[in-house]
Design a protein around this ligand. Sequence first.
Ligand SMILES: NC(=O)c1ccc[n+]([C@@H]2O[C@H](COP(=O)([O-])OP(=O)(O)OC[C@H]3O[C@@H](n4cnc5c(N)ncnc54)[C@H](OP(=O)(O)O)[C@@H]3O)[C@@H](O)[C@H]2O)c1
Length: 165
Amino acid sequence: MNVFIIAALSADGFIARETQEPSTRWTSKEDTRHFMERTKQAGVVIMGSKTFETFGAKPLPGRRSIIYSRSKKYGGAETTNEPPRELIERLKKEGVKEVAIAGGSSIYTLFAKAGVVNTLILTVEGVVFGDGLPLFDEKVFLAIELASHTQIGPNTLVLEYSVKN
Ligand SMILES: NC(=O)c1ccc[n+]([C@@H]2O[C@H](COP(=O)([O-])OP(=O)(O)OC[C@H]3O[C@@H](n4cnc5c(N)ncnc54)[C@H](OP(=O)(O)O)[C@@H]3O)[C@@H](O)[C@H]2O)c1
């Protein structure tokens, strides 16, 4: 199964200025379209409760939403607290072929540390924050190989990396 992290970054490597702010306040329309197309292609989107709440806790249309939370329940979305390996094994048995890990920092870190991520799809936007939430919020090591780089807008670059085993 392909498990990919999908994230938009400021040019200095942050995914958010503050926890409550939806990314669409600073990402480009080209990235919004790219996120929608790539996650619809995957069909399954996994994220943390804080990210889900930044866009009104509404499931993404046309995608199965799986939300990480230790206590919350949301209409129209599944919630889980399974360790990533268990969740990925369960989804594999259900026939899922591709899963998008859509953040935030805590969920990117949880999946990267579990060693289940095959691909990073990073959009670099034309903004600089100086401070904010990093892509990963703990020490993580992934050896990665640049698979493609695509300019999708005047100030927007998509970098796709394969994670080396
Ligand atoms: N730029 C981008 O591409 C991008 C993408 C995604 C998010 N973001 C930004 O990232 C920020 C949110 O990131 P975040 O790291 O603060 O929060 P988050 O990862 O979205 O959500 C954290 C929540 O996930 C749940 N969780 C975490 N680990 C868990 C575990 N092991 N088991 C069960 N539940 C677990 C907990 O929910 P409960 O508290 O409910 O138990 C925790 O409070 C927002 O500002 C958002 O806009 C940016």
